[in-house]
Design a protein around this ligand. Sequence first.
Ligand code: SF4
Ligand code: SF4
Length: 304
Amino acid sequence: MKPYISNIQRFSVDDGPGIRTTVFLKGCNLRCLWCHNPECIDPGITLQLIRQSCTLCGKCASKCQHGVHSFKMETGTHRMDRASCVACGECVYYCPASALSLIGKKWEPADLVAVLLKDWRYFGEDGGVTISGGEPMLYPDYVAAVASLLKDEDNDVCIDTAGCVPFESFEKVMPYVDHFLYDVKIWTESKHIEATGVSNKLILENLRKLCEAGASVIIRTPVIMEWNGGLAEFDEISRFLSNLHDSGHGVDLIQLLPYHAYGVGKYDNIGKVNQIKDHTPPTDELMEQALQKYLEKGLPARIK
Ligand code: SF4
Ligand code: SF4
């Protein structure tokens, strides 16, 4: 299945080793409450409205054949019945303020790779391409096709995944992937279900299998006070990773990522509700204490 792609981001420095170009695939099987890429949750095309740019001129309503746009002039509110949108793009084309856009485009693997490789001069020794999302591992055949073309040109390939897919999907892409950026978000299963919508059992099992298969894995744990801000969480995660190391199948790096609220503004633009508006960023002290849990077990961990 060919996924929709929401964005191609150049000069990424937080998506794996070195300078990278990151491609974001739409569609995700988790529902993390703190998601920074909510435009990548739905697999289809997403209609986006930047409310600050909208002048309430009404052009979109006059062009839309499906009655999606309406206005409440007393309050200056632009309403949208998104369920009726068929993503024809008419309103986007005619909006004089460029307030509307459609997020999501399908690319043939070869066409996508041709665009990604325009940046190869900037990749240097360590950089390359990261395939992210959403959950790219929902599309293992497509990812394998893109990654194999990138490897044909001797590029470094990362997959950014939450790991909640059948292991057979990993087996399809592994021959073409240099590193997996692998999320271990929360240890306690009940909290994991509450915060992401899924159990972490399959995720941890896949991580163990990936390490045993000799894959290069970089663990990423977002530090979110309300969900894993207790040090007991880091005790457990670091113990699990330490056991992997002791069995000779360790991970390459562990990154602790302090929560930030950069993605919050995106929710309203795409008609989603951000359920946790008031997140508290973790303190420097907590980040250091969490890091110590890994370092004291001899694990290769760092903040960010
Ligand atoms: S056409 Fe653009 S500026 Fe005019 S009401 Fe629609 S979104 Fe707003
Ligand atoms: S994309 Fe097409 S169907 Fe959707 S709101 Fe715009 S004009 Fe209407």
